[in-house]
Design a protein around this ligand. Sequence first.
Ligand code: SF4
Length: 344
Amino acid sequence: MLSTQLLSWYSENKRNLPWRGTKDPYKIWISEIMLQQTQVATVIPYYKKWMNSFPNIQVLAHTNYDDVLKHWEGLGYYSRCKNIHLTSKVLGKDFPDTFNELIKLPGIGEYTAKMILAIAYNQTEVGIDTNLERIGFRLLGLKKKSKFNNNRVKNFLETIQDKSKPGDFNQALMDLGSNFCQAKAVNCGSCPITVYCKAALTDSPLQYPEVKKNKPIPEIQVAVCVIIYKNKLLLIQRPENKMLAGLWEFPGGKIESGELTENAVIREIKEEINLSIKNVEYLGEVKHQYSHFKVIISLFSNTVNDISSLKIKENYIWTTMKGLDKFALPKANYKMLELLNKDI
Ligand code: SF4
């Protein structure tokens, strides 16, 4: 049987990951959220540091959000971190063991709820993410992505699931995906379930399911200024309802079409924080890519002597370079700091 073969391979070859071997729903929940859109190798150090600082949900719930966010800094998709902290506060101590309760919690969707239930509570659930879906399409030899075919894959995986080891079944498929059945590479010759796979019988298993062409990623031009006052830098906290929520950054904004970068930074600083700056110093350009767009940042600095007109809607702070360590910054801001060759 497919699942017997799969589980037997898994018991010999499973990856040694720090969240494996636990039934603690808190630890499984954190690992699953961290793993969303993020590679295992990237997650491992974050997960270890997180568990060192926040070994259980009570500790997490009682930690200040800025400290929690600092542990997430660089992992991206920051709403995940916000939702984890919110959920820890909602739950306090007890972790639910039903699908209906789990999915009501901030940031817990169908996939995460099912993985928690399967791994922590041994319930017969299959959490289908893009990896498992891809394997299902290949096993069934389905090409076309459609609601109907997605349902066929879901029913198929639920039918073949080993009811006695639901957690292992889910994790075995994840490991199989990572070892043999990736989106852009397959190793059907070594795959332990190749005899059950229809795509493996074809010349092009990678075409299962069909791959949509990626749209070109838009580029956004931005002008940013490091404002220096009394040897301290101005950082502004990003609002809760925006991307990179809660992170701290230098002020600035989009360059309008046809606008000179220097004029743009002077205008943005006036609009954003009501400071009139002049004689800005150009420090260089920083490029950074997010999942859906690229940003090209023209970086300036300006030392000011009078901040009496300063008006900022969000939280802000004046800090030394050393003091920056306490704040979670977007990756692009770290690249900017490399250009800021000043002794502050
Ligand atoms: S046989 Fe090939 S295509 Fe089929 S599941 Fe294994 S690696 Fe994927």
